[in-house]
Design a protein around this ligand. Structure first.
Ligand SMILES: Nc1ncnc2c1ncn2[C@@H]1O[C@H](COP(=O)(O)OP(=O)(O)O)[C@@H](O)[C@H]1O
Ligand SMILES: O=C(CO)[C@@H](O)[C@@H](O)COP(=O)(O)O
Length: 549
């Protein structure tokens, strides 16, 4: 095929701090150009932009204007970097963090445009954890009534999800709740902006919107939570669009933002984690893909339906049509290392790192890598951002046990990395115990760059790690969905086989280290089970909240 008859697709990935676009060749998945745009407002955690209105603990918001800026900046830059004429682009696909969700009017305008001084008018980012009390009530009532959907979510829904955040909106700002004609995932809102039509994708509706077997939780259930909540599902959508489907065609307005031709295919919205499975060509049953960045998401297709305790969810067609899609997760992974580096390392370390020409992560890693397994005498719980799986409790918090006067920053840094690996092993073991085998563990995401960390995971998990062949997994995955929506491939599996990239067994476990880690993992599990009921950690959280109210 001559260069100017090649077809290309654009994948846009909306992350926690930035958005990126890649231009991808349809025939083989080659990424020919890309661009990143940092959100001007980053994560809004302390005060609202403009008004300065203070936010409570565990709040995390984003700005929709930042998302449009990503389209304006990254797509033209990525096209220029790729030296691909816009006329050769046949489709665009996007993925978002989930459940990043916002109240909008019937024509799609975010309420924060009209009410910028009201916290509940803004999109709540996935890691907004202030709806935990609402999630607790939903879980308690669902368990009491034996709601059939609850086991599909491992026995508990998360405070990150649509219903918990929606109930918080109703109870803390009922007037805004009334003004919100629609309550929509950012994953679907961005498609509305691109294609001019409101669609709801199967993936976010199934995992974050409790849509199971063709229905949301009943009006009766919702009314029992709060009579004003009875009609909440009316703000969602029941006509769900399949993954890889065509949501619509690029509007003139979106063509102007992006420089792309009006009328090209816009793929149905999707989630960053779930699209990455296609990017790694890992959409067959038993291939668990761990997307390791600020948080870790574990996604896996399976041909069997099982109730895995503490999983985020199992959704029919949730990753690719025709299979059950499972998701589990760890709320904070890279975020824990970032917290440590930002708050717990003395200036002398920063100086030595700078002298060595290293960042603090790399410097601490180089020091930690010289130790034997267990030499630091520590075991930690990776709960600094709460526990998504398998405990589903965001009011749990981090624990480090075994510190002495000899404990050094690199010891704690290594213990925190190990804790996240133990958390991943807990998830894998829980799936297998529930009858859903994990046959291959595939890693994607920003933490791949830390080879020492990857080796710890291989040793702790006692299994080889396969690695995605792209450092822009979600954006590549979105591009693959765009190719399907544009009709270039019959389905996601075929497109993933042609365009996705994976190297098998890149990290192999070392038997001696794996044996040593078995002992430490047993200690982690004891500590995990000891603190799992949240008795002490919940009390501490309540004291903190009272003191900072
Ligand atoms: N060398 C490193 N070792 C371990 N963690 C790192 C390293 N460099 C960055 N991080 C962490 O990786 C996370 C960013 O991951 P990335 O995949 O780029 O982001 P995102 O999850 O937002 O897509 C941050 O939380 C940061 O603390
Ligand atoms: O919750 C999900 C997927 O369901 C993720 O979007 C969320 O953890 C955010 O992921 P990142 O840490 O931004 O990669």
């Amino acid at each position: 095929m001559s260069a100017n008859s090649e077809r290309y697709v654009i994948g846009v990935d909306y992350g926690t701090l930035s958005g990126r676009a890649v231009v991808v060749r349809v025939s083989d998945g080659e990424e020919v150009g890309g661009a990143v745009h940092e959100y001007a407002h980053r994560v809004i955690e302390e005060a609202l932009p403009g008004s300065g209105v203070r936010l409570g603990p565990d709040w995390a918001l984003q700005s929709p204007a930042d998302w449009i800026d990503v389209l304006r900046h990254t797509v033209p830059k990525a096209l220029a970097a790729a030296q691909v004429p816009a006329e050769q682009v046949v489709g665009i696909g996007t993925d978002f963090t989930a459940c990043t969700i916002l109240p909008v009017t019937a024509d799609g305008h975010p309420l924060c445009e009209r009410f910028p001084e009201r916290p509940h008018a803004w999109p709540k980012l996935w890691k907004h954890h202030a709806a935990q009390p609402h999630a607790d009530r939903i879980n308690a009532l669902a368990a009491e009534r034996g709601e059939p959907w609850l086991p599909r979510y491992g026995g508990k829904i998360s405070s990150e999800w649509q219903f918990a955040k929606g109930l918080q909106l109703l109870e803390e700002d009922p007037e805004l709740y009334g003004l919100a004609d629609r309550w929509i995932e950012a994953a679907d809102w961005i498609i509305w902006q691109l294609a001019g039509v409101e669609t709801r994708n199967v993936c976010t509706a199934g995992y974050k919107g409790i849509f199971q077997d063709g229905a949301y939780p009943s009006e009766e259930f919702l009314a029992a939570l709060n009579p004003g909540f009875a009609g909440f599902a009316g703000k969602l959508g029941t006509d769900l669009a399949p993954l890889g489907g065509l949501a619509g065609r690029l509007t003139a307005r979106a063509a102007e933002w992006t420089g792309l031709p009006e009328g090209i295919a816009v793929a149905v919205g999707n989630v960053d984690a779930h699209v990455t499975a296609a990017a790694a060509d890992a959409v067959r049953p038993g291939q668990m893909v761990a997307i390791m960045g600020t948080s870790t998401c574990h996604v896996m297709c399976s041909d069997r339906l099982a109730e895995v305790p503490g999983m985020c969810g199992v959704v029919q067609d949730g990753i690719v049509p025709g299979l059950w899609g499972y998701e589990a997760g760890q709320s904070a992974v890279g975020d824990i290392f970032a917290w440590f580096v930002d708050n717990c390392v003395p200036a002398s370390y920063a100086e030595r790192a700078a002298e060595a020409g290293l960042g603090l992560h790399e410097y601490l890693t180089s020091l930690a890598a010289g130790q034997k397994v267990g030499q630091h005498g520590l075991v930690a719980l990776d709960w600094h951002g709460g526990n998504r799986s398998v405990l589903v409790d965001h009011t749990l918090s981090g624990v480090v046990v075994g510190q002495t006067l000899a404990t050094r920053p690199e010891d704690v840094y290594r213990a925190l990395i190990e804790a996240t690996a133990y958390g991943a092993r807990t998830i894998v073991e829980t799936f297998e115990a529930a009858g859903v085998p994990v046959e291959e563990f595939v890693v994607a995401g920003g933490l791949l760059k830390n080879r020492f960390l990857m080796q710890i995971y291989a040793d702790v998990l006692r299994r080889p790690l396969s690695v995605i062949g792209s450092d822009q997994g979600p954006a590549l995955g979105s591009a693959i969905h765009a190719a399907v929506a544009a009709g270039a491939y019959p389905d996601i599996t075929a497109a993933a086989a042609a365009m996705g990239k994976r190297d098998a067994a890149v990290y192999a476990p070392d038997k001696e280290r794996a044996d040593a880690y078995d002992r430490l993992y047993a200690e982690y599990r004891r500590l995990h089970d000891h603190f799992a009921d949240g008795d002490l950690l919940h009390r501490l959280r309540a004291i903190r909240n009272e003191a900072s109210a």
